[in-house]
Design a protein around this ligand. Structure first.
Ligand SMILES: OC[C@H]1NNC[C@@H](O)[C@@H]1O
Length: 448
């Protein structure tokens, strides 16, 4: 009999979503276009022609969704704000209707004893700023800081957990290097510039928060631990490059004041010499780090793969993600322990963790059974606890996601929710994974 699991007494159990993936009505009440409303309107960019025009209709169903969170006993809810609802042109005049939407949501969360965790940027850049160069324009650090200041001034105190960016790696790898995500660029020279400006913008927003904020602010990065496919020197080198590119490209500048040397090796002439003072801005002290974990990658050298010369070796049990994300809970433990070893004892929150499987249809009993997701969730939560036992200062866990939602260019077919959404009727149905998660929250993990 394994010994009972106990998480820290005030462990923050919650769930996570993002604006464009669940809200719908992206242009309602004065909101401006984002790079995702444009991308979605471009044929072929999102599977099945899906768009975020309706999504989970959360813009109108937010009260019902908070009640759903309450019914599951959630302690926290991580959501993102759509920049172009607040500043339709990205800078300048504030759209009070946009402020009002998020104010209602925040107050409803607080009224239900749920901690609001606000992400300033989860990929939906105002289109008006993209027209001015977006993440390729160094001025975006000021644009982002000004946007952040509006929200800090309006909501700090009701919001006590702030995140600047969600997964900067995905923004640049998907939006500027390989192109499957908005704004859909494929350019070796643009990716490092976008990455660097994201980090500068992150630092500029944290600096503003230190002037006027009174609570906590951090950064959320996706970490995919890299394991060599063999002990061949070229596979070891390939693994090192992959780790530097995906994981250390963001954490090293923030915590160590420089980029990993491998990035110059990967990008060559496309890798600029960055001004030293940029790292003073990027390296603002954080109150916590948010880590998103989904899977690991087993790496081998592959000369033909651009630009990293790395290939992932497909593993056995994987989720139904399009690239078959392996179910590898040990990778979550390894990621958290390695963060502490490499960057120190900062408080850590797992801000996203989840899985997508083709859910079987409703059973005769009307219950939405999702055995594969239940199994995955249990294994990941045990892995989480193993990290705590190894000394990681883990403060909370946000399951991705509360609701089935728009999985970006993969559309609605990739369902990550612990609650099923019927996108025709907008009916929400808790899956078995939601019922399990409610027990985990209620017992603080002891039921595992
Ligand atoms: O792919 C699943 C999730 N990963 N992190 C960012 C989210 O927006 C995605 O839906």
């Amino acid at each position: 009999m394994s010994k009972p699991i106990h998480f820290p007494p005030d462990f923050l159990w919650g769930s996570a979503t993002s604006a464009y993936q669940i809200e719908g009505a992206p242009l309602a009440d004065g909101a401006g276009h984002s790079i995702w409303t444009r991308f979605a309107a471009t044929p072929g960019k999102i599977a099945n022609g899906d768009t975020g025009d309706i999504a989970c209709d959360h813009y109108h169903r937010w009260r019902e969704d908070v009640a759903l969170m309450r019914s599951l006993g959630l302690k926290a809810y991580r959501f993102s704000v759509s920049w172009s609802r607040i500043l339709p042109q990205g800078t300048g005049a504030v759209n009070e209707a946009g402020i009002a939407f998020y104010e209602k949501l925040i107050d409803e969360l607080l009224a239900n004893g749920i901690e609001p965790m606000l992400t300033l940027y989860h990929w939906d850049l105002p289109a008006a700023l993209d027209d001015r160069g977006g993440w390729l324009n160094p001025a975006i650090a000021d644009w982002f800081a000004d946007y952040a200041r509006v929200l800090f001034e309006r909501f700090d105190g009701r919001v006590c957990f702030w995140t600047t960016l969600n997964e900067p790696w995905v923004v640049t790898d998907g939006g500027y290097l390989h192109g499957p995500l908005a704004p859909g660029h494929r350019n070796l020279y643009e990716a490092p510039i976008a990455s660097h400006n994201l980090l500068r913008a992150h630092g500029a927003a944290v600096k503003v928060y230190r002037e006027i904020g009174k609570h906590r602010i951090g950064l959320v990065v996706n970490i995919e631990p890299k394991y060599p496919a063999s002990d061949e020197p070229q596979d070891i080198a390939a693994t090192r490059r992959a780790d530097a590119y995906m994981n250390r490209q963001y954490l090293d500048p923030v915590f160590h004041g420089h980029y990993p040397a491998e990035l110059k090796e990967i990008f060559g002439a496309a890798w600029p010499d960055w001004p030293r003072e940029d790292f003073d801005l990027i390296g603002q002290k954080l109150d916590y780090i948010g880590i998103n974990y989904y899977t690991r990658s087993v790496c081998r050298h592959e000369e033909t793969n651009w630009p990293l010369k790395v290939a992932a070796v497909r593993q056995t049990q994987s989720t139904h993600m399009e690239t078959g994300w392996e179910v590898f809970p040990q990778g979550l433990t390894d990621t958290l322990v390695e963060f502490r070893r490499r960057y120190g004892d900062l408080p850590v929150y797992v801000m996203e963790n989840g899985s997508t499987f083709y859910d079987p249809p409703n059973a005769e009993d009307g219950q939405m059974h999702d055995p594969l997701r239940v199994d995955c969730l249990k294994k990941n939560l045990h892995a989480l606890h193993a990290a705590i036992e190894q000394g990681v200062d883990l403060r909370g866990y946000m399951v991705w996601s509360l609701l089935d939602n728009l999985e970006w260019s993969l559309g609605f077919a990739k369902r990550f929710g612990i609650v099923h959404v019927n996108f025709e009727t907008q009916q929400r149905t808790p899956k078995d994974s939601a019922l399990l998660y409610a027990q985990v929250v209620a017992s603080n993990g002891a039921c595992l």
